[in-house]
Design a protein around this ligand. Structure first.
Ligand SMILES: Cc1cc2nc3c(=O)[nH]c(=O)nc-3n(C[C@H](O)[C@H](O)[C@H](O)COP(=O)(O)OP(=O)(O)OC[C@H]3O[C@@H](n4cnc5c(N)ncnc54)[C@H](O)[C@@H]3O)c2cc1C
Length: 301
Protein backbone atom coordinates (compact mmCIF):
# COMPACT_ATOMS: atom_id res chain seq x y z
CA UNK A 1 0.00 0.00 0.00
CA UNK A 2 1.39 3.43 -0.92
CA UNK A 3 1.90 6.06 1.78
CA UNK A 4 -1.03 8.50 1.88
CA UNK A 5 -0.32 12.24 1.52
CA UNK A 6 -3.21 13.28 3.77
CA UNK A 7 -4.90 11.32 6.53
CA UNK A 8 -8.29 12.09 8.07
CA UNK A 9 -8.61 9.55 10.88
CA UNK A 10 -12.06 8.55 12.17
CA UNK A 11 -11.01 8.33 15.82
CA UNK A 12 -8.21 9.43 18.15
CA UNK A 13 -7.06 5.81 18.32
CA UNK A 14 -6.72 5.67 14.55
CA UNK A 15 -4.96 9.05 14.58
CA UNK A 16 -2.36 7.72 17.01
CA UNK A 17 -1.81 4.62 14.89
CA UNK A 18 -1.30 6.76 11.76
CA UNK A 19 1.01 9.10 13.64
CA UNK A 20 3.19 6.20 14.71
CA UNK A 21 3.06 4.09 11.53
CA UNK A 22 3.58 6.93 9.02
CA UNK A 23 5.46 9.47 11.16
CA UNK A 24 2.53 11.68 10.17
CA UNK A 25 2.64 15.43 10.82
CA UNK A 26 -0.36 16.70 12.88
CA UNK A 27 -2.35 19.55 11.38
CA UNK A 28 -5.24 21.43 12.99
CA UNK A 29 -6.00 24.95 11.71
CA UNK A 30 -2.96 25.00 9.38
CA UNK A 31 -2.39 28.70 10.14
CA UNK A 32 1.24 28.04 11.05
CA UNK A 33 2.01 25.10 8.77
CA UNK A 34 0.80 26.88 5.64
CA UNK A 35 2.81 30.00 6.43
CA UNK A 36 5.89 27.87 6.97
CA UNK A 37 5.29 26.13 3.64
CA UNK A 38 4.36 29.24 1.69
CA UNK A 39 6.88 28.31 -0.99
CA UNK A 40 4.67 25.34 -1.90
CA UNK A 41 2.55 25.88 -4.98
CA UNK A 42 -1.02 26.53 -3.92
CA UNK A 43 -2.64 24.69 -1.05
CA UNK A 44 -3.03 21.25 -2.55
CA UNK A 45 -1.24 18.22 -1.15
CA UNK A 46 1.42 17.05 -0.83
CA UNK A 47 2.34 19.70 1.72
CA UNK A 48 5.32 17.81 3.07
CA UNK A 49 7.50 14.83 2.40
CA UNK A 50 5.61 12.95 5.10
CA UNK A 51 1.86 12.45 5.48
CA UNK A 52 -0.21 15.18 7.05
CA UNK A 53 -2.56 14.01 9.81
CA UNK A 54 -5.65 16.21 10.16
CA UNK A 55 -6.91 16.30 13.77
CA UNK A 56 -9.26 19.31 13.71
CA UNK A 57 -12.45 17.21 13.53
CA UNK A 58 -11.76 14.70 16.33
CA UNK A 59 -14.38 15.02 19.12
CA UNK A 60 -11.79 14.07 21.77
CA UNK A 61 -9.71 17.10 20.74
CA UNK A 62 -12.48 19.65 20.22
CA UNK A 63 -14.52 19.67 23.43
CA UNK A 64 -14.30 21.94 26.48
CA UNK A 65 -15.24 20.59 29.91
CA UNK A 66 -14.85 21.34 33.62
CA UNK A 67 -13.07 18.74 35.70
CA UNK A 68 -15.11 19.43 38.84
CA UNK A 69 -11.99 20.68 40.68
CA UNK A 70 -11.92 24.21 39.31
CA UNK A 71 -10.01 23.46 36.10
CA UNK A 72 -11.20 23.84 32.51
CA UNK A 73 -10.01 21.20 30.04
CA UNK A 74 -9.82 22.60 26.51
CA UNK A 75 -9.38 20.18 23.61
CA UNK A 76 -6.13 20.89 21.77
CA UNK A 77 -7.91 21.31 18.41
CA UNK A 78 -10.70 23.56 19.72
CA UNK A 79 -10.63 26.70 17.59
CA UNK A 80 -9.99 30.02 19.33
CA UNK A 81 -13.49 31.32 18.52
CA UNK A 82 -15.03 28.44 20.49
CA UNK A 83 -12.66 29.05 23.42
CA UNK A 84 -13.68 32.73 23.43
CA UNK A 85 -17.35 31.78 23.43
CA UNK A 86 -17.04 29.45 26.42
CA UNK A 87 -18.26 31.20 29.60
CA UNK A 88 -15.59 29.65 31.85
CA UNK A 89 -12.51 30.54 29.82
CA UNK A 90 -10.21 32.45 32.22
CA UNK A 91 -10.05 36.16 31.44
CA UNK A 92 -6.28 36.13 30.94
CA UNK A 93 -6.50 33.49 28.20
CA UNK A 94 -9.51 35.28 26.73
CA UNK A 95 -7.58 38.56 26.53
CA UNK A 96 -4.62 36.88 24.83
CA UNK A 97 -6.86 35.18 22.26
CA UNK A 98 -8.88 38.34 21.58
CA UNK A 99 -5.68 40.01 20.38
CA UNK A 100 -4.29 36.97 18.57
CA UNK A 101 -4.30 37.29 14.76
CA UNK A 102 -7.80 38.31 13.53
CA UNK A 103 -11.32 36.77 13.53
CA UNK A 104 -10.85 34.63 10.41
CA UNK A 105 -7.63 33.15 11.79
CA UNK A 106 -9.30 32.57 15.16
CA UNK A 107 -11.92 30.44 13.41
CA UNK A 108 -9.12 28.03 12.47
CA UNK A 109 -6.18 28.40 14.89
CA UNK A 110 -5.87 26.22 17.99
CA UNK A 111 -3.96 25.94 21.26
CA UNK A 112 -2.44 22.64 20.08
CA UNK A 113 -1.02 24.47 17.06
CA UNK A 114 0.26 27.43 19.13
CA UNK A 115 2.06 24.95 21.40
CA UNK A 116 3.25 22.70 18.56
CA UNK A 117 4.71 25.67 16.71
CA UNK A 118 6.58 26.66 19.91
CA UNK A 119 7.27 30.25 18.91
CA UNK A 120 8.77 32.37 21.72
CA UNK A 121 6.22 35.02 20.64
CA UNK A 122 3.17 32.72 20.90
CA UNK A 123 0.45 34.78 22.58
CA UNK A 124 -1.86 32.01 23.81
CA UNK A 125 1.12 29.99 25.08
CA UNK A 126 2.29 33.06 27.02
CA UNK A 127 -1.08 33.20 28.81
CA UNK A 128 -0.89 29.43 29.42
CA UNK A 129 2.48 29.88 31.18
CA UNK A 130 1.06 32.59 33.46
CA UNK A 131 -1.93 30.34 34.22
CA UNK A 132 0.37 27.38 35.04
CA UNK A 133 -1.48 25.33 32.43
CA UNK A 134 -1.02 21.59 32.11
CA UNK A 135 -0.94 19.83 28.76
CA UNK A 136 -2.34 16.36 28.06
CA UNK A 137 -0.55 14.17 25.53
CA UNK A 138 -1.60 10.80 24.16
CA UNK A 139 0.51 8.16 22.47
CA UNK A 140 0.36 4.43 21.97
CA UNK A 141 2.20 3.93 25.26
CA UNK A 142 -0.54 5.84 27.11
CA UNK A 143 -1.33 9.33 28.29
CA UNK A 144 0.71 11.86 30.25
CA UNK A 145 0.18 15.35 31.67
CA UNK A 146 2.99 17.91 31.60
CA UNK A 147 3.23 21.52 32.85
CA UNK A 148 3.39 23.78 29.79
CA UNK A 149 6.83 25.14 30.75
CA UNK A 150 8.30 21.63 30.64
CA UNK A 151 6.90 20.90 27.20
CA UNK A 152 8.52 23.73 25.23
CA UNK A 153 12.31 23.61 25.13
CA UNK A 154 13.33 26.16 22.47
CA UNK A 155 12.16 28.01 19.36
CA UNK A 156 10.12 25.42 17.42
CA UNK A 157 11.15 22.69 19.86
CA UNK A 158 8.95 20.64 22.18
CA UNK A 159 9.16 17.35 24.01
CA UNK A 160 6.05 16.05 22.22
CA UNK A 161 7.02 12.50 21.22
CA UNK A 162 7.17 11.45 17.57
CA UNK A 163 4.21 9.14 18.19
CA UNK A 164 2.25 11.55 20.41
CA UNK A 165 -0.51 14.10 19.94
CA UNK A 166 -1.37 17.01 22.18
CA UNK A 167 -4.93 16.23 23.22
CA UNK A 168 -5.92 18.99 25.68
CA UNK A 169 -4.82 21.93 27.78
CA UNK A 170 -6.10 22.43 31.33
CA UNK A 171 -6.26 25.84 32.98
CA UNK A 172 -7.58 26.92 36.39
CA UNK A 173 -10.88 28.76 36.07
CA UNK A 174 -11.20 32.26 37.52
CA UNK A 175 -12.45 32.42 41.09
CA UNK A 176 -13.20 35.21 43.56
CA UNK A 177 -10.18 37.51 43.76
CA UNK A 178 -8.66 36.40 40.43
CA UNK A 179 -6.88 39.17 38.57
CA UNK A 180 -5.26 39.28 35.17
CA UNK A 181 -2.81 41.63 33.46
CA UNK A 182 -2.31 41.38 29.70
CA UNK A 183 -0.40 43.65 27.35
CA UNK A 184 0.67 42.98 23.77
CA UNK A 185 3.01 45.21 21.80
CA UNK A 186 2.59 44.64 18.07
CA UNK A 187 2.91 46.62 14.87
CA UNK A 188 -0.87 46.99 14.55
CA UNK A 189 -4.07 45.85 16.28
CA UNK A 190 -4.69 42.67 14.23
CA UNK A 191 -2.66 40.04 12.41
CA UNK A 192 0.57 41.16 14.07
CA UNK A 193 2.90 38.76 15.83
CA UNK A 194 3.97 40.14 19.19
CA UNK A 195 7.02 42.32 19.65
CA UNK A 196 6.32 41.57 23.29
CA UNK A 197 3.56 39.58 24.95
CA UNK A 198 3.16 40.16 28.68
CA UNK A 199 0.84 38.03 30.82
CA UNK A 200 0.28 37.89 34.55
CA UNK A 201 -2.40 36.59 36.83
CA UNK A 202 -3.13 35.29 40.29
CA UNK A 203 -5.52 35.80 43.16
CA UNK A 204 -5.72 38.48 45.81
CA UNK A 205 -8.17 37.49 48.50
CA UNK A 206 -8.41 39.00 51.98
CA UNK A 207 -5.27 41.00 51.28
CA UNK A 208 -3.07 38.05 50.32
CA UNK A 209 -1.47 37.19 46.99
CA UNK A 210 -1.56 33.57 45.83
CA UNK A 211 -0.91 31.70 42.59
CA UNK A 212 1.06 34.52 40.95
CA UNK A 213 1.98 33.71 37.35
CA UNK A 214 4.13 36.00 35.19
CA UNK A 215 5.21 35.24 31.62
CA UNK A 216 6.85 37.36 28.94
CA UNK A 217 6.93 36.39 25.26
CA UNK A 218 9.38 37.37 22.49
CA UNK A 219 12.20 38.28 24.89
CA UNK A 220 14.06 34.95 24.93
CA UNK A 221 14.26 31.59 23.15
CA UNK A 222 11.15 30.42 25.02
CA UNK A 223 8.51 32.29 27.01
CA UNK A 224 10.32 33.78 30.02
CA UNK A 225 8.95 32.87 33.44
CA UNK A 226 10.24 31.89 36.88
CA UNK A 227 8.53 29.50 39.23
CA UNK A 228 11.08 30.43 41.93
CA UNK A 229 10.13 34.12 41.82
CA UNK A 230 6.42 33.31 41.79
CA UNK A 231 6.89 31.14 44.87
CA UNK A 232 8.82 33.95 46.63
CA UNK A 233 5.69 36.11 46.44
CA UNK A 234 3.25 33.35 47.44
CA UNK A 235 1.00 34.21 50.38
CA UNK A 236 2.28 37.81 50.69
CA UNK A 237 0.22 40.51 52.30
CA UNK A 238 1.12 44.12 51.48
CA UNK A 239 3.78 44.41 54.21
CA UNK A 240 5.53 41.18 53.20
CA UNK A 241 5.29 42.06 49.51
CA UNK A 242 6.93 45.45 50.17
CA UNK A 243 9.68 43.76 52.17
CA UNK A 244 10.35 41.35 49.30
CA UNK A 245 10.46 44.20 46.81
CA UNK A 246 12.98 46.06 49.00
CA UNK A 247 15.45 43.16 48.81
CA UNK A 248 16.77 44.94 45.73
CA UNK A 249 17.04 48.73 45.49
CA UNK A 250 16.74 48.71 41.65
CA UNK A 251 13.90 50.63 39.95
CA UNK A 252 10.80 48.45 40.17
CA UNK A 253 12.21 46.55 43.14
CA UNK A 254 13.39 42.98 43.57
CA UNK A 255 10.88 41.29 41.25
CA UNK A 256 11.44 43.68 38.32
CA UNK A 257 15.21 43.33 38.67
CA UNK A 258 15.07 39.53 38.80
CA UNK A 259 12.78 39.20 35.78
CA UNK A 260 14.91 41.69 33.82
CA UNK A 261 17.91 39.46 34.54
CA UNK A 262 16.08 36.54 32.90
CA UNK A 263 15.25 38.13 29.56
CA UNK A 264 17.57 37.97 26.55
CA UNK A 265 15.78 39.80 23.72
CA UNK A 266 17.20 40.00 20.21
CA UNK A 267 16.73 42.42 17.34
CA UNK A 268 14.80 40.90 14.44
CA UNK A 269 12.37 41.93 11.67
CA UNK A 270 9.71 42.83 14.24
CA UNK A 271 11.59 44.86 16.84
CA UNK A 272 14.89 45.70 18.49
CA UNK A 273 16.59 44.34 21.55
CA UNK A 274 16.53 47.84 23.14
CA UNK A 275 12.78 48.35 22.53
CA UNK A 276 11.92 44.94 23.95
CA UNK A 277 14.04 45.58 27.03
CA UNK A 278 12.50 49.00 27.63
CA UNK A 279 8.89 47.89 27.21
CA UNK A 280 9.40 44.77 29.34
CA UNK A 281 10.86 46.86 32.16
CA UNK A 282 7.98 49.36 31.95
CA UNK A 283 5.41 46.57 32.13
CA UNK A 284 7.18 44.78 34.98
CA UNK A 285 7.28 48.03 36.93
CA UNK A 286 3.61 48.71 36.22
CA UNK A 287 2.72 45.22 37.46
CA UNK A 288 4.99 45.08 40.51
CA UNK A 289 5.03 48.74 41.61
CA UNK A 290 1.44 49.73 40.86
CA UNK A 291 -0.99 46.89 40.07
CA UNK A 292 -0.13 44.31 42.73
CA UNK A 293 0.35 46.81 45.61
CA UNK A 294 -2.98 48.43 44.67
CA UNK A 295 -4.72 45.05 44.75
CA UNK A 296 -3.08 44.12 48.06
CA UNK A 297 -4.07 47.43 49.63
CA UNK A 298 -7.70 46.76 48.67
CA UNK A 299 -7.86 50.03 46.74
CA UNK A 300 -8.45 48.49 43.29
CA UNK A 301 -11.59 49.85 41.63
C1 LIG B 1 -1.77 36.19 9.61
C2 LIG B 1 -1.39 35.42 10.85
C3 LIG B 1 -1.41 36.07 12.07
C4 LIG B 1 -1.04 35.38 13.22
N1 LIG B 1 -1.07 36.05 14.40
C5 LIG B 1 -0.69 35.41 15.54
C6 LIG B 1 -0.68 36.12 16.78
O1 LIG B 1 -1.05 37.30 16.88
N2 LIG B 1 -0.26 35.44 17.88
C7 LIG B 1 0.14 34.13 17.83
O2 LIG B 1 0.50 33.57 18.86
N3 LIG B 1 0.12 33.44 16.66
C8 LIG B 1 -0.28 34.05 15.52
N4 LIG B 1 -0.28 33.36 14.33
C9 LIG B 1 0.17 31.96 14.31
C10 LIG B 1 -0.95 30.89 14.39
O3 LIG B 1 -2.20 31.38 13.96
C11 LIG B 1 -1.10 30.30 15.80
O4 LIG B 1 0.15 29.81 16.27
C12 LIG B 1 -2.14 29.18 15.88
O5 LIG B 1 -2.42 28.92 17.23
C13 LIG B 1 -1.68 27.88 15.22
O6 LIG B 1 -2.72 26.91 15.35
P1 LIG B 1 -3.10 25.93 14.15
O7 LIG B 1 -4.14 25.02 14.65
O8 LIG B 1 -3.41 26.69 12.92
O9 LIG B 1 -1.70 25.15 13.96
P2 LIG B 1 -1.15 24.27 12.71
O10 LIG B 1 -0.62 25.18 11.66
O11 LIG B 1 -2.21 23.30 12.30
O12 LIG B 1 0.02 23.50 13.43
C14 LIG B 1 1.12 24.21 13.98
C15 LIG B 1 2.13 23.21 14.56
O13 LIG B 1 1.57 22.50 15.65
C16 LIG B 1 1.55 21.09 15.40
N5 LIG B 1 0.28 20.60 15.95
C17 LIG B 1 -0.97 21.10 15.71
N6 LIG B 1 -1.87 20.44 16.44
C18 LIG B 1 -1.20 19.48 17.14
C19 LIG B 1 -1.59 18.46 18.07
N7 LIG B 1 -2.86 18.30 18.45
N8 LIG B 1 -0.63 17.66 18.58
C20 LIG B 1 0.68 17.82 18.23
N9 LIG B 1 1.11 18.77 17.37
C21 LIG B 1 0.18 19.59 16.83
C22 LIG B 1 1.68 20.95 13.89
O14 LIG B 1 2.26 19.72 13.50
C23 LIG B 1 2.57 22.13 13.56
O15 LIG B 1 3.91 21.82 13.83
C24 LIG B 1 -0.66 34.01 13.16
C25 LIG B 1 -0.68 33.35 11.92
C26 LIG B 1 -1.04 34.04 10.78
C27 LIG B 1 -1.05 33.32 9.46
Amino acid sequence: MSTPAWIRPATLKEALTMRRDYNARPLAGATDIYVRHRAATGTLPPLEDRPVLYVGHLPELTSISEDGKGWLRIGAATVYTDILEHPDTPLLLRRAIEELAAPALRNAGTLGGNIGNASPAADAVCALYALHAEVDLAGHAGERRVPIAQLITGPGKTTVGADELITAVSVPMDRPGSFHYYRKAGTRRANALSKIAFCAGGTVLEGRLTGLGVAVGAVGPTIVHSRDLEVRAEGSDLARYRKLQQEESAPGGFLTARYMALISPISDQRSTDAYRRRVTENLLRDLFERTIPTLLSGKAG
